[in-house]
Ligand binder design. Structure first.
Ligand SMILES: Cc1cc2nc3c(=O)[nH]c(=O)nc-3n(C[C@H](O)[C@H](O)[C@H](O)COP(=O)(O)O)c2cc1C
Length: 414
């Protein structure tokens, strides 16, 4: 009987255990997690979501305070278009985070960064270019293009000296999205080095509509593999979303996938960036506690635990400090919803906003608990302690369980 360890993923000159831990925004997939996974021979991701905030928390910088100081005059203003990111500071924050992770790397695995296109930052092209180039300058080994079609992203960095040496991957949820990406990127004469196919059971934002339940990862993966075969393209395909056991992973590897991308099981690892009490919420969640909703201002459906404190919260938008979701015109759907509710409830001090959430603030504070569909099975991956809480797991334990387990077994911790 085969297991994940019988397979290897080849990326460039690297031979890897075919397990990639997906990027999880705002420091949930922490450098600690990425370093642990690289040591074990797999691929770990850090994320550049809200990188200045992450830098402040991790490396004692004051980027957020400094930005707020510059734009404080605008806090009461409905028009957020003047609130721009200082690109120099964005470079500095990215370098700090990437260099800190890379300097700690040991082992034969790799560390990549997850770059979401929907983090439009009030100047989508300029900021994305700076984010990717600064990560390459700081020695990142790969960039995974996420949350968006990324039709112009290769072109943005084609003149960077590492454009052809760094591993570049794209996340898609359909053959059509992949076709579009390949067509638009072809001008740069470069193909992606890997393709993550993310199905409807993943955590974070979904590349599907609210009809997500009608789609099935295995079917989309088979379609993508067939498409690449027809086009005579040899690019590793990496399924993601709902791959919960080593056996689930092995089944994909046996049907032509080059590796798997997983995330949910690592949300309850010691190395994961979520606060300890929030990890307990992930353990406790039952299937009914998890929903896909449309409160993300990005316009993509997002999966989360229903009791996330950020849902319905009517906090004043924090764009002057953060502003990561402001589009090219300085607009964010939460700002619009918030202003509508303020106008509808004159004199009310604490309003509620149900249709959208201030995702920057709430992700920053770990108050939106985004999660994969199978989060409700996490409680079966550990032991209950005497005080009723669940035992956290090491990333190594979870990684090795994926790598070596068979017959749908899940190894419990010592
Ligand atoms: C808590 C959490 C946060 C996530 N954040 C991101 C993100 O910032 N960017 C991204 O591309 N994918 C994100 N994802 C998706 C994962 O990278 C991964 O592809 C997917 O969740 C894999 O499925 P699984 O969680 O069922 O293993 C997130 C997933 C989780 C669970």
């Amino acid at each position: 009987m085969k297991r994940v360890d019988d397979f290897r993923l080849r990326l460039g000159k690297n031979e890897l255990v075919p397990i990639m831990i997906g990027g999880m925004g705002v420091d949930i997939s922490s450098a600690d997690l990425a370093v642990a996974v690289a040591r074990l021979g797999g691929v770990g991701h850090i994320s550049d979501a809200m990188i200045k905030t992450v830098s402040d928390r991790r490396y004692n910088t004051k980027f957020v305070k400094d930005k707020l100081k510059v734009y404080k005059y605008n806090v009461e203003n409905e028009d957020k278009s003047p609130v721009k990111f200082d690109l120099g500071k964005l470079i500095e924050a990215t370098r700090l985070h990437v260099e800190a992770a890379m300097s700690r790397k040991t082992g034969s695995g790799m560390i990549f960064i997850n770059c979401m296109e929907k983090l439009t930052m009030n100047a989508p092209k300029e900021t994305l270019k700076v984010r990717m180039e600064a990560a390459m300058d700081a020695g990142i080994e790969g960039i995974t293009l996420a949350a968006g079609l990324h039709l112009g992203s290769f072109a943005l960095i084609e003149n960077h000296p590492r454009f052809r040496d760094v591993q570049l991957g794209i996340i898609v949820s359909s053959v059509r999205a992949l076709q579009l990406f390949l067509k638009k990127s072809s001008r740069t004469g470069r193909l992606p080095d890997y393709i993550v196919v993310e199905g409807p059971l993943a955590g974070g934002h979904l590349g599907f509509g609210m009809d997500w339940a009608q789609y099935d990862l295995a079917t989309i993966v088979a379609e993508v593999i067939q498409f690449l075969k027809n086009e005579h393209l040899d690019i590793p395909v990496i399924p993601a979303g709902g791959i919960f056991t080593g056996s689930d992973a092995t089944a994909f590897l046996e049907s032509g996938a080059a590796a798997v991308q997983v995330a949910t099981r690592f949300t309850v690892s010691e190395e994961c960036g979520l606060p300890t009490d929030v990890k307990q919420e992930y353990f406790k969640a039952s299937e009914d506690d998890i929903e896909v909703n449309q409160i993300s201002p990005t316009g993509y459906p997002m999966r989360m635990i229903k009791s996330s404190p950020g849902i319905g919260d009517g906090i004043r938008p924090n764009c002057e400090a953060y502003g990561y979701l402001l589009d090219a015109n300085g607009k964010c759907a939460y700002v619009t919803s918030y202003n509508r509710e303020v106008a509808a409830h004159p004199g009310v001090r604490k309003i509620s906003v149900m249709d959208k959430t201030c995702l920057c603030t709430h992700m920053r504070n770990f108050d939106i608990w985004t999660c994969g569909h199978l989060t409700y099975r996490l409680k079966d991956t550990t032991r209950r302690l005497e005080d009723g809480s669940y035992q956290l797991l090491t990333a190594e334990h979870i990684f090795k369980d994926y790598q070596f387990s068979t017959e749908q077994k899940i190894a419990l911790p010592e």
